[in-house]
Every structure is written in structure tokens, then in C-alpha cells.
Design a protein around this ligand. Structure first.
Ligand SMILES: Cc1cc2nc3c(=O)[nH]c(=O)nc-3n(C[C@H](O)[C@H](O)[C@H](O)COP(=O)(O)OP(=O)(O)OC[C@H]3O[C@@H](n4cnc5c(N)ncnc54)[C@H](O)[C@@H]3O)c2cc1C
Length: 583
């Protein structure tokens, strides 16, 4: 079983959960949106997905300084950029198509459902485009943006060093001005995704380094553009010094990079000196939503594989059945499949909502939408990738022993998904970001506005009073109250300068947020499906959307109250951790 992009489900979520209709008009109609998604699906399903296994087996060997991707990958990348997919939502001034980020989010989900290892390369290029477009000089933009937007060249993000992972204040790479606007960069970076490869003629590295006499810590870090091939066509003083052997995403090279073996790699400053981290955050925010979408993509793929297997495999007899049953008939297997499907759809809703907020931030809504996107980004990243790990693991479980051996692909999905909670800021760091930086936005008004939007969904459910909803309305209302209690607790702790009270509950708080927000996305979809059915729409998917939202509310959202208790009362472990972790 390979991958089929769920175009109808995506369109439904885009329109009824994330509000795509608000940006539709003469320039982009609903039919255009469908055509774009169908065309993207053709490339994802037919060109990229079949290469996923080959990438896993082949890896990305490094020989004589050159890194090669698996057979077929170069051609697939060429087909992909020739289709204009890299610049789908990039600025038309730089050769992009200027379409909503929301549509690009759905396409990003597809590339990564087809192959995370493949989708990762453009994801980093997208972050590079964003950082350069927002902070680069006109000269740098003119020289690099066109080829990055077309995908002819790719970008990397060079932050991590052996001693500096989550804590970039410890970064040691150095930069020195040459005197003509250029800088010489010297340092060693590790874990650099697509730091070297054979998909493009040039690789544009965005590198964090310190200038001499820069202030210590994160205030002394600058961002440089350091191309593999210099504008005069000569090779820069940088190389891939090693390739990591890793648990998953074998198709994508993870490189150690050496800058300046021969005196210093030539680079150009992006933004201001010592303000590099702010520029890099532009890149990381775009990339964080992208990683969330990687989670949705692989969860979808794992769900499709598990469902197909469960329909084929026959074992045991379900209550009331004659003879052996397909395992999909067993309640416990149904529980696993519904859990996989519901979490995938919930995470999709959250990621699309985040992309919609980013679109709205570019338009009339401005700052409020920007703040909403900032609030949702860590949830989109961490919740979607946590559930990707859970869903892919359930995918192995549905397959039984066949899941543990490599034949079905279920094991590869689980191995590939494992990185998602680690890179682009670990999920622990996302939770800290959500609680300490995002909740206090506008003195809590941003999160309060989000809670109000959730309440409107719950009120709508209760007003409909449709028996098909079961306990969905009541469960959603209770979940929102739990999130409200935990939010107030965290805001109080921060306002009284007690981070030691807020931080122990950061990860359960993020989970609670994702759970309730995800349930609201599904519920909103259920309401739209109900309205469509009442209007005579015969789409067979509508009844399933209502059933899935109900399943999630009645079986998963019930954890909300417990999570709120953990946020508010669980922090006492920090007093006794030293005792329990002794030895
Ligand atoms: C396959 C792969 C690809 C990657 N691609 C790139 C790339 O392209 N560019 C790049 O620059 N980097 C890349 N990375 C690096 C990645 O971003 C880091 O691994 C990640 O940021 C974590 O850093 P670390 O590995 O040093 O872990 P550490 O920072 O040592 O963290 C270890 C654990 O401690 C926790 N922790 C750390 N600090 C805190 C804190 N203050 N509070 C609470 N918990 C904390 C973390 O959450 C984690 O659970 C990649 C890594 C991998 C494995």
C-alpha cells in the first residue's frame, strides 16, 4: 500500500475548518483550489510516493565529498520543481505564484505524506526564502531569491553545533568582516539537513555565527548567507565532512558541515549584526508549521496503510459473524483505526488553521492574526508530531507481526516519524514557547480570543442538538472549561513571576490545547457536514465526518480534565525529582 493524497478530506478541512472560502474570489475559485490539489496529488501519489522505500533502503552515501540521493530522486525533484510547486505561495515578484499559504499547507502535507525525506528539502528552502525575503538586502534578494523560489537551488538552516542544540547561546562558529561587505565564516555544524546533495546545482546555507567582540549569549549571534557555489562560479570554502546513520528518514542526508578549512567560507550578512536569531526565527516559524504538516502527512499515510491491511487480514470471529472476520470487524482494531484517523484529522485542522492565520496576517486583519498564528504554531508543530508518533505506532500494532517486519512499510513510517518531535525545536521546547511566550501575548488577550472561538463551536453543537452528535457538545464544552482553567493557572504563574510553577505543566498544557483545539476543528467539520446533508448534499463522507468527530469527543477529549489537573497539580514532582531520579 503506498499513498493516496486525501484530496476531498483536505478540501473539506480547508473550506469548512480553516475558512478557505474567505480568500476565494475571481482570482481563485473553489474549482481552481480543487484542480490545484488534484494536480499536486498526481505528483505526490505518482511521482514521489513510489520513491519513499527506495530512499529508505539506499540512504545518502557520501563519497569523495559528494552525496547522492536514491535512484529516481533527482528526476522526481526536477519534475516537482518544473511543476512550479516550490513557489506556490511565494511572492510573484520573485517568481512565485502568490497563492494562499493555506493551499500550500495542503500541498506540503501531500509531499510529506508521499515521503518525509523528500518533502524535507523544500521545507527548508521555504524557510530560507522567508528569512531572505524579510531580512535580506536588495542585492542578496536579487541574486538568490529567484533560484530559491524556482527550486533550482535549495537552502539549508545551519544552527546546530555539537555543544549547541536547544541552547543556541552556546554557539561558537565565528565570522569576521573582510572589509568589502563580505564575511569569512569558520566553524563546524552538525545535523544539517540536505547540507550536501545532488538534487540542485547550488546550496544556499543560512549559517548562524558570532562576530568578534559580539555580546555573549543569543544577543551576539548573526545570520549569514553562505553559498556552496560563489557568484563567480568558484566553490566556497565549505564541505560536508560526514553523514549521520540514523533511525529514519534515510532518504534525506543529515550532514556534518565544515566551514572555513582554508581560511574562511565567504558569506553575506542577513539582517543586522547580532540580530541573527530574530531572522532565524522567521525561518523557523515557517519551518515549524511545515514540520507539523509532515506529521499530518505521515499519520495519514500510516492510517491508509493500516486500514487497507485491516480490511484484508482475517483473524478470529467478531460477535455475530459467521466464520472468520476481517480484523477491521473487531472493536479493538476499530478503536485503533478510528484513533489514527481522528488524530490525523484533528492535527490537519490545527495546521490548516495556523496557515490560515498566517494568510490573514498578510491581509487586513494584521497583528491580531499574526498573534493567533504565533499562538497556534507551537501547537501545530508539537501536537501534530506527537500524534504522528502515536499514529504510526498504532499503524504497526494494527499490522501485528507484519508491522514489525519491514515488508509492509508500517515500520518505516514509525521510524521516519520519530524525528519530527526532535528537530525544529524539540516538542519540549515548543511547549515552553507556548506557555512562556505565546500565552502572555497581548496580556493573554490572544489566547482568550482563541478560547472564545472554541466556545462558539461548542455552543453551535449544543444548539443543533443532533442525536448523531452523541455527547460531543457536552464533552467539547467540558474540554474548553478544562483548557480555560489550565490557561488561567499558567497566566497567573507567569504574572507572579513563578516559572517554576508554569514549566512542569508546559507539555501537558500543550497536549490539552491540541486536544481541545483539534476536537473543535472536528466538531466544526461535523456541523458543516450536517448542514450539507440537510441541504441535500449526497457526499458519502459527511456521515463519517460526524461519526469521527463524535468518536474523538467521546473517547479522546475525555482526557482534557485530567490533563488540566496535571497542569495545575502535577508540578509537585519538581520538589521530589531529585529523590526519585537518584542513582
Ligand atoms: C535528522 C536531524 C535533522 C536535523 N536537521 C537540522 C538542520 O537542518 N539544521 C540544524 O541546525 N539542526 C538540525 N537538527 C538538529 C536539531 O534541531 C536538534 O537535534 C534539536 O534542536 C535538539 O538539540 P539537541 O539534539 O542538541 O538536544 P538537546 O538540546 O541536548 O536536548 C535534549 C533533551 O533535553 C531537552 N531540553 C533541552 N533544553 C531544555 C530546556 N531549556 N528546558 C527543557 N528541556 C530542555 C530537550 O527537549 C530534549 O528532550 C537536526 C537533527 C536531526 C536528528
Amino acid at each position: 500500500m503506498t499513498y493516496r493524497a486525501p484530496v476531498s478530506e483536505m478540501l473539506f478541512a480547508l473550506r469548512h475548518v480553516a475558512g478557505l472560502d474567505a480568500v476565494l474570489g475571481d482570482d481563485l475559485t473553489a474549482d481552481d483550489a480543487r484542480t490545484i490539489l488534484e494536480e499536486a496529488a498526481r505528483v505526490a501519489d505518482g511521482v514521489i510516493a513510489p520513491l519513499n522505500r527506495a530512499g529508505d533502503r539506499h540512504g545518502t552515501p557520501l563519497r569523495d565529498g559528494a552525496v547522492t540521493t536514491a535512484p529516481g530522486w533527482r528526476e522526481a525533484y526536477r519534475t516537482w520543481i518544473d511543476g512550479g510547486w516550490n513557489g506556490l505561495s511565494a511572492d510573484p515578484d520573485h517568481g512565485g505564484q502568490g497563492l494562499p499559504l493555506l493551499l500550500n499547507a495542503a500541498c506540503t502535507e501531500m509531499w510529506n505524506g508521499a515521503s518525509i525525506a523528500f518533502g524535507l528539502c523544500p521545507l527548508l528552502t521555504a524557510g530560507g526564502i522567508e528569512a531572505l525575503a524579510q531580512h535580506g538586502s536588495e542585492d542578496l534578494k536579487a541574486r538568490y531569491l529567484g533560484k530559491l523560489v524556482s527550486g533550482e537551488w535549495t537552502a539549508t538552516m545551519n544552527l546546530t553545533e555539537p555543544q549547541a542544540g536547544s541552547d543556541l547561546a552556546l554557539l561558537r562558529s565565528r565570522a569576521e568582516p573582510v572589509g568589502d561587505g563580505r564575511y569569512r565564516i569558520v566553524g563546524a555544524k552538525i545535523y544539517i539537513t540536505y547540507g550536501e546533495h545532488d538534487l540542485a546545482d547550488n546550496i544556499v546555507h543560512l549559517v548562524l555565527a558570532r562576530l568578534k567582540d559580539a555580546p555573549a549569549g543569543t544577543r551576539g549571534i548573526s545570520l549569514f548567507l553562505v553559498p556552496k557555489v560563489l557568484p563567480d562560479g568558484t566553490l566556497n570554502d565549505l564541505r560536508c565532512s560526514g553523514i549521520e546513520h540514523k533511525l529514519g528518514i534515510h532518504g534525506s542526508p543529515t550532514c556534518s558541515m565544515a566551514f572555513g578549512d582554508d581560511g574562511g567560507a565567504i558569506g553575506w550578512l542577513i539582517g543586522e549584526e547580532n540580530r541573527g536569531l530574530a531572522c532565524m526565527f522567521t525561518m523557523m516559524n515557517a519551518a515549524r508549521l511545515g514540520v507539523g504538516l509532515q506529521g499530518v502527512g505521515i499519520a495519514e499515510r500510516a492510517t491508509q496503510g493500516a486500514l487497507a491491511y485491516a480490511r484484508e487480514r482475517r483473524q478470529g470471529r467478531a460477535p455475530g459473524a459467521q466464520g472468520t472476520s476481517a480484523i477491521v470487524e473487531h472493536a479493538d482494531v476499530q478503536r485503533m483505526l478510528l484513533t489514527m484517523k481522528a488524530y490525523t484529522a484533528a492535527a490537519r485542522g490545527i495546521c490548516y488553521l495556523t496557515a490560515a492565520a498566517l494568510d490573514a496576517a498578510r491581509g487586513a486583519e494584521g497583528q491580531a492574526a499574526h498573534d493567533r498564528a504565533s499562538l497556534l504554531t507551537p501547537v501545530a508543530k508539537a501536537f501534530s508530531t506527537d500524534i504522528a508518533n502515536e499514529v504510526t505506532s498504532l499503524g504497526v500494532q494494527v499490522h501485528g507481526g507484519m508491522g514489525f517486519v519491514e515488508e509492509t512499510g508500517a515500520a518505516q513510517h514509525m521510524r521516519d516519524a520519530r524525528i519530527l518531535g526532535i528537530y525544529e525545536g524539540t516538542n519540549g521546547i515548543q511547549a515552553i514557547d507556548l506557555v512562556t511566550r505565546k500565552l502572555p501575548l497581548r496580556d493573554g488577550a490572544t489566547v482568550r480570543a482563541q478560547l472564545a472561538s472554541l466556545r462558539r463551536v461548542a455552543e453551535g453543537l449544543l444548539k443543533d442538538a443532533d442525536p448523531a452528535y452523541g455527547h460531543m457538545g457536552a464533552r467539547l464544552r467540558a474540554g474548553i472549561e478544562a483548557l480555560d482553567r489550565a490557561t488561567s493557572f499558567q497566566l497567573r504563574a507567569l504574572a507572579s513571576n513563578r516559572p517554576e510553577t508554569a514549566l512542569p505543566g508546559a507539555t501537558p498544557y500543550l497536549r490539552l490545547f491540541g486536544l481541545v483545539q483539534g476536537a473543535a476543528c472536528l466538531a466544526q467539520g461535523a456541523r458543516a457536514a450536517r448542514a450539507a446533508l440537510q441541504a441535500g448534499d449526497t457526499d458519502p463522507g459527511h456521515a463519517g465526518r460526524i461519526a469521527l468527530a463524535r468518536f474523538f469527543a467521546e473517547n479522546e477529549l475525555t482526557a482534557a480534565a485530567g490533563l488540566a489537573d496535571t497542569v495545575m497539580d502535577g508540578g509537585a514532582f519538581t520538589e521530589t525529582a531529585a529523590l526519585a531520579l537518584v542513582g
